[in-house]
Structures are given as C-alpha cells and as structure tokens.
Design a protein around this ligand. Structure first.
Ligand code: FEO
Length: 132
C-alpha cells in the first residue's frame, strides 16, 4: 500500500512546477517504502533511497532558485527547513550504505510527516511571490 497520496486539497501549492515535482517525489517515496517494507533486496532499497534523496535535493534547489529570483522574504526560513531534512537524509544514506541502518516503517513515516507539515505550511506560502 502507498505511503502517501498527492491530492490538491492536502498538498496543492498553486505553483505548477512544485506540484509536479511533489507528485514525482511522492512516487519515489512510495517506491522506496514499498521495497523496504516488502522485503526487497537491500541493493534495490539502496538504489531507491539514493534516487529519492537525489530527487529531493534537486527539488529543493529548484524551489530555492525560484524563491531567490523573486526575493521572497520567507526564503531563509524555508531554506533552513530544507537543510534540516537534507541533513537527516544524508545521515541515513551514509549509515544505510555502511550497513548500520535500514529503511524502516518509521523512516517512511518520518519523511511523510515532514512532507505533511512542510508542503501545506511552508511551501504553500511562496505561491504569491512565485506567481507574481
Ligand atoms: Fe517542496 Fe520546500 O519543498
């Protein structure tokens, strides 16, 4: 079963590129979650983890570039949230590849919880600036 499902009501930002990237991000997260909780080979889980983290980094960079281009006042706080998640992901990625951590149900729920807060309560507020 999927971990997270994109709906406009819950996750829509009114910014086209962000919504499209969030949908892809959700798809990559669901893929990782299904592999990790479905007993897939560790190599496949590692590839999905790396793929998700690379995509998240690219998505954050894209948002940050757009916010900077519009001199968005919320940029510093927004970037700080991105950096906090990148730090968590980088730590997990290093430990996973060292054989010291696994992608667990809790990891999936942690990332879902972060997205459940960040997209409606942080991303959504850049719509006015980015659409101006
Ligand atoms: Fe869509 Fe600020 O992450």
């Amino acid at each position: 079963m999927s971990l997270i499902t994109w709906t406009a009501d819950q996750y829509g930002t009114n910014v086209g590129f962000a919504d499209e990237e969030h949908k892809i991000l959700f798809s990559k997260l669901n893929n990782l979650y299904e592999l990790a909780t479905g007993g897939a080979a560790r190599t496949a889980i590692g590839e999905a983890l790396d793929d998700l983290i690379a995509y998240v980094g690219g998505h954050f960079a894209h948002e940050e570039k757009e916010m900077q281009a519009k001199n968005y006042e919320g940029y510093p706080a927004h970037k700080a949230e991105h950096e906090a998640l990148i730090g968590v992901c980088a730590g997990l990625q290093t430990k996973f590849h060292a054989g010291e951590a696994e992608v667990t149900e809790e990891v999936g729920q942690l990332v879902k919880g972060w997205l459940d807060n960040h997209i409606p309560n942080v991303d959504k507020f850049y719509a006015g600036a980015l659409n101006s």
